[in-house]
Design a protein around this ligand. Structure first.
Ligand code: CS2
Length: 486
């Protein structure tokens, strides 16, 4: 039996834990980019709120623009948009079937615009990945991008998420309807400001008056989102079937930890998420910097070295002495000292929590997942810390070594010539440069869209070259061990 609205008939579930059902909800949020993370996080929080029978007018409608979204849509519609979320650690396995999503719009840009102009939609949230915002390594919006230029030329038939949102905001304005809040849930520092900058600049190139209206009337709250959510495997799907007797083709497996901190800045109402543990604050900067540089930064720091050392899972990386010491050095000597000057939070304690979460073997978070799309993650998770460190006169050798390791990784084979499956839109270019960098390291860091003008910084360029040469001469592990001894 496939998961469906009658799932409560399933004997494994306690009906008393489910105080609402989908029929009680009406659409209030459209979410663009329904992946695993959205469902383990926003959809999970909303389910908890609906379960208190609060704000039932904020049901989620899924949406997307890509082929992946069509697959997700097909699978979710077959199971009435329900999702099983299983969170696990050494102490608990908890299972919840979420009913907070009530529909999924066909992957069609025109239909998406039509849905966005429904006045009941108060919030449009997004998880479109770190690379989805057309920003360069200086944090500027890349308005010259071809897809963006196409939307500027044809604003009535847009194809980027931003062009679509702008068109919908325009129609809502013309109809005298209030705009929706645009809530990004991607791991980018100042994510709301980044989104605002894209939407305001793109709309300015289309219709300056509309852009002014958006700037004044649309809210773009910054937020910090957090829950480690690996990709579900066949074994995970089999677990649900054997344990609960039904098939969920799109289950979500994640850690118990969950956090969402949002700037309290909404232009058209919001659900009372504070009732289920979401924090609303005036200024988010400290939380987001801490999370991105320490949690995402730790993932990024161990990603390439672990792949090169043939380590499959994040918890195994922490059990590997060289990798663990490498990470400790980077965080304790290079990242935390800089953050301490900026934010007033117990960062040592936070780092310990991160380590405990990474050590959770029950979620089987793969090194492959954290290596995914590294060319978009490096600038946000590592290179920002390098720039800050240099500015603050903090030695950032370890962070620079992660860049050299990423360069070596980009070749696509480990030291035993075993292929590494690289999942990155720029894979071919990266490999070409990484091969050239064997004799001329600088070419790799001359990728300006990733490194900005760091190649011109003597310390950065010399240290990168020194480490890359050492990786080729002495091997990956020896190079990291030598750095660890510094
Ligand atoms: C990870 C994140 O993608 C990554 O590299 O660091 O997906 C991380 O697991 C989440 O941000 C946790 O909140």
């Amino acid at each position: 039996m496939i998961l469906n609205k009658n799932f409560l008939e399933n004997k494994s579930f306690n009906k008393a834990d489910y105080n609402y059902n989908q029929a009680d909800l009406t659409a209030g949020i459209i979410h663009i980019g329904v992946g695993n993370f959205h469902r383990s996080h926003e959809a999970y929080y909303l389910d908890a709120l609906f379960n208190k029978r609060k704000d039932l007018n904020y049901g989620i409608v899924g949406a997307g623009l890509r082929e992946y979204d069509s697959f997700m849509r097909n699978d979710l519609l077959k199971q009435d948009c329900l999702t099983t979320v299983v969170s696990r650690d050494s102490e608990t396995t908890s299972v919840r079937v979420l009913q907070s999503m009530i529909d999924f719009i066909e992957v069609d840009n025109k239909l998406l615009v039509e849905s966005l102009i429904n006045e009941n939609i108060k919030i449009v949230s997004l998880t479109i990945t770190e690379g989805g915002y057309y920003i360069d390594s200086y944090g500027n919006f890349n308005i010259q991008n071809e897809e963006i230029q196409a939307d500027i030329k044809n604003p009535d038939s847009p194809n980027t998420a931003f062009g679509i949102l702008i068109k919908a905001l325009k129609i809502r304005k013309e109809k005298g309807l209030a705009p929706f809040t645009l809530l990004t849930c991607d791991n980018i520092a100042h994510n709301g400001d980044v989104l605002k900058n894209v939407v305001v600049k793109l709309s300015a190139a289309i219709d300056p008056a509309l852009s002014e209206y958006i700037e004044k009337n649309v809210a773009f709250p910054n937020s910090m989102v957090d829950r480690i959510t690996p990709t579900a495997t066949d074994a995970d799907r089999a677990f649900i079937q054997s344990e609960y007797g039904y098939i969920d083709n799109r289950p979500v497996f994640c850690e118990p930890f969950i956090q969402w901190i949002i700037e309290d800045n909404f232009c058209n109402g919001r659900p009372a998420l504070e009732e289920v543990g979401v924090m609303f604050v005036e200024d988010i900067e400290a939380y987001e910097l801490m999370k991105i540089r320490m949690l995402n930064g730790s993932h990024a720091a161990i990603s390439s070295v672990s792949a090169l050392l043939n380590i499959d899972y994040v918890h195994e990386a922490l059990e590997h002495k060289t990798v663990k010491t490498f990470l400790d050095n980077i965080m304790n000597k290079e990242v935390i000292p800089v953050l301490k000057n900026i934010i007033d939070v117990d960062l040592d304690k936070y780092y310990n929590t991160v380590l405990n979460r990474f050590a959770n073997p029950y979620i089987k978070d793969t090194i492959t997942r954290i290596c995914f799309d590294n060319s978009n993650k490096q600038p946000k998770f590592i290179i920002d810390s390098i720039k800050s460190g240099i500015k603050n006169n903090v030695n950032v050798d370890g962070l620079i070594l992660t860049c050299a390791l990423w360069c070596r990784y980009s070749i696509g084979t480990d030291e035993n010539n075993k292929a590494i499956d690289i999942n990155d839109g720029r894979k071919d270019k990266l490999k070409e440069l990484a091969l050239e960098a064997k004799t001329n390291p600088i070419v790799f860091i001359q990728m300006e869209d990733i490194y900005g003008n760091l190649a011109q910084n003597e310390y950065f360029a010399n240290t990168f070259s020194k480490f890359l040469n050492s990786i080729w001469e002495n091997g990956v592990e020896n190079t990291v061990i030598n750095y660890n001894k510094q």
